[in-house]
Design a protein around this ligand. Structure first.
Ligand SMILES: NC(=O)c1ccc[n+]([C@@H]2O[C@H](COP(=O)([O-])OP(=O)(O)OC[C@H]3O[C@@H](n4cnc5c(N)ncnc54)[C@H](OP(=O)(O)O)[C@@H]3O)[C@@H](O)[C@H]2O)c1
Length: 159
């Protein structure tokens, strides 16, 4: 009882998630293994919206989980983000996190400060006006916006 069929028969893994899968990785998993993962955890924030991978996932019912949703803090001093935050009476982090959940991403911002954790959780009582979304959509820097390693070139753990 090997492979995915074996796992299914044993009901050993019912909800399969992957991380840093690019489109070719997802295609291979779907076509060769016959598994459509439920979620793909990838870097995503306004500086790197990662729309191609997101859209491919959405087309296959795969949820996107955005890692570094605050661009590791790099986006919080962005003048356009700060201006939006001021207009909306929110913090820059709240505006950026709200952008992510409004487009349907699962987010898990990291902070070691309890007050910031609370701030980051307090994003479900407002919404972004379309003009604000347009500003945030316009911050896309493509590959230059990437904060972490590119999945195609990052060091792999091999055994
Ligand atoms: N799957 C992967 O390959 C992968 C790769 C990278 C990261 N991740 C995961 O993604 C999660 C988050 O990513 P991340 O930590 O890289 O980046 P992030 O959540 O985008 O940003 C974290 C940075 O933002 C600061 N911050 C958080 N909330 C803030 C607020 N309200 N105001 C001001 N500054 C704030 C934090 O500082 P303080 O802590 O000092 O508040 C920290 O420096 C982590 O759990 C990480 O493990 C996954």
């Amino acid at each position: 009882m090997a492979g995915v069929d074996g796992i299914r028969r044993r009901r050993g893994a019912r909800h399969i998630g992957v991380s840093n899968f690019q489109i070719p990785h997802l295609r291979r998993l779907i076509d060769e293994v016959g598994v459509v993962p439920e979620i793909n955890q990838i870097e995503a924030h306004p500086y790197l919206p990662n729309n191609d991978v997101r859209d491919f996932g959405a087309g296959h019912g795969i949820l996107t989980q955005a890692w570094s949703p605050l661009a590791r803090g790099a986006i919080l001093d962005d003048p356009q983000v700060r201006a939006l935050a001021e207009d909306l009476g929110r913090t820059p982090a709240q505006v950026v996190l709200r952008w992510a959940i409004e487009r349907g991403d699962v987010i898990f911002p990291k902070s070691v400060h309890p007050e910031r954790q609370l701030e980051n959780l307090s994003i479900f009582d407002f919404s972004l006006p379309p003009t604000a979304r347009e500003v945030l959509d316009g911050l896309d820097r493509g590959e230059a916006g990437r904060q972490g390693s590119h999945p195609d070139t990052m060091d792999l753990i091999t055994r």
